[in-house]
Design a protein around this ligand. Structure first.
Ligand SMILES: Nc1ncnc2c1ncn2[C@@H]1O[C@H](COP(=O)(O)OP(=O)(O)O)[C@@H](O)[C@H]1O
Ligand SMILES: [Mg+2]
Length: 366
């Protein structure tokens, strides 16, 4: 079987190729996703980061086959050796849960308000293991609730969703995902609706779920800080495209796209308390009438003429695993995070260091 040996060679559990999603609307065509490609290896964790409206959720919904019927989807989404975009909804639902599980920002999207947490976990378990006794399933449900950090799980197993806090509900959703033993978990802003104090605990529960099930994880967030400790690789999205991707180290230490630098500059600096935040000014473009050129150009302190004329392709910048969609990626070598944005309006050429005069520390060992 060629497909199976392909899979063994590459190890990818999910491969998205040139995914495009458009929504025809009264005002015109919304180009929500414009040629997104990524591969997810088994057990790997990929962080997808970007501002609101950059196409993160639409990309995830396309992979899950959960877009509204009006969406025009092109490209390829392969789970192991199956092309998901070619499947009927009925066939696709076979893959949801046990192949690909999705965790949404609002846990009530996944929970049924009229059934107890335990009942919903038991149902999931018995769907996958029809021979499991009711008693064994209940015991396993209690165990799963404990695993995701729910205190007194033997009591909470009978609680209804409305009796639980937002954080506890999200833990139940994670427990259900675990009960499905998925190969891929897609978590779309799983902590965004939650209290800051709970956010880290939910991310830990996700890590536990990943470790116990061996699932690969796609962690979608607008917060670059969230991916730092929870992803192996990062893809940064802007205006419907991936505009930079690489290892966590590539993205945090040698970003090669001014937008990523801007996101990094927006992070609070814990080491230097007096340092102000340096947010990116302006807002992302409308996806209805995208002008030619780089969609980030109007907000970019490095903008030059070519940026308004040609949209830069995503191409290797530095290490082979590190890709950037910037005409001037090479000039960003060794530029500190936030530096370009803090000094926007100053002489950018004097700030940037050219690849031939400075070498990134990463490249020496690559
Ligand atoms: N059903 C839809 N019809 C029309 N436009 C949509 C629809 N769903 C999403 N969009 C648009 O697609 C773009 C990407 O949205 P989304 O993926 O939800 O962004 P993100 O998750 O990164 O915040 C946005 O401009 C959004 O308004
Ligand atoms: Mg979203």
């Amino acid at each position: 079987m060629t497909a199976a040996s392909d899979r063994n060679e590459t190890g990818a559990v999910l491969a998205v190729d040139d995914l495009t999603v458009e929504f025809p609307t009264e005002d015109g065509i919304v180009r929500a996703v414009r040629g997104v490609s990524y591969r997810l290896e088994r057990r790997e964790s990929l962080g997808i980061v970007g501002e609101s409206g950059s196409g993160k959720s639409v990309t995830a919904l396309a992979v899950m086959g959960l877009l509204p019927a009006t969406a025009r989807v092109r490209g390829s989404v392969r789970f192991e050796d199956t092309e998901l975009l070619a499947l009927s909804d009925a066939r696709l639902s076979d893959f949801r849960g046990s192949g690909l599980a999705m965790i949404f920002q609002d846990p009530m999207t996944s929970l049924n308000p009229v059934y107890s947490a335990g009942y919903q976990i038991v149902e999931t378990l018995r769907r996958h293991q029809p021979d499991m006794t009711a008693r064994a399933a209940r015991e396993r449900a209690v165990e799963l609730l404990g695993t995701v950090g729910i205190p007194s799980p033997e009591r909470r197993v009978d609680a209804y969703p409305h009796e639980l806090s937002g954080g506890m509900r999200q833990r139940v959703v994670i427990a259900i995902a675990m009960a499905n033993a998925p190969d891929v978990i897609i978590a779309d802003e799983p902590t965004t609706a939650l209290d800051v104090t709970v956010q880290a605990q939910i991310l830990d529960a996700l890590e536990t779920a990943r470790a116990e099930t061996g699932a690969a994880l796609i962690l979608i967030t607008h917060d670059l800080g969230v991916v730092a400790g929870h992803a192996d690789r990062v893809a940064v999205m802007y205006a419907g495209r991936i505009i930079e991707t690489g290892s966590v180290e590539d993205i945090f230490y040698t970003p090669r796209m001014p937008y990523t630098l801007g996101l990094l500059g927006s992070l609070p600096r814990l080491d230097r308390e007096e340092e102000r935040l340096t947010p990116i000014t302006g807002s992302p473009p409308s996806l209805l009438n995208l002008p030619p050129g780089c969609p980030f150009a109007p907000r970019c302190p490095m903008r030059r003429n070519v940026c308004d004329e040609t949209e830069p392709p995503l191409r290797p910048a530095g290490r082979s695993t590190h890709l950037s969609a910037c005409h001037f990626a090479e000039e960003l070598v060794n530029t500190g995070a936030g530096e370009i944005f803090e000094t926007a309006g100053a002489d950018i050429d004097a700030l940037t260091r050219f690849a031939d005069t400075a070498q990134s520390p990463e490249e020496g060992t690559a």
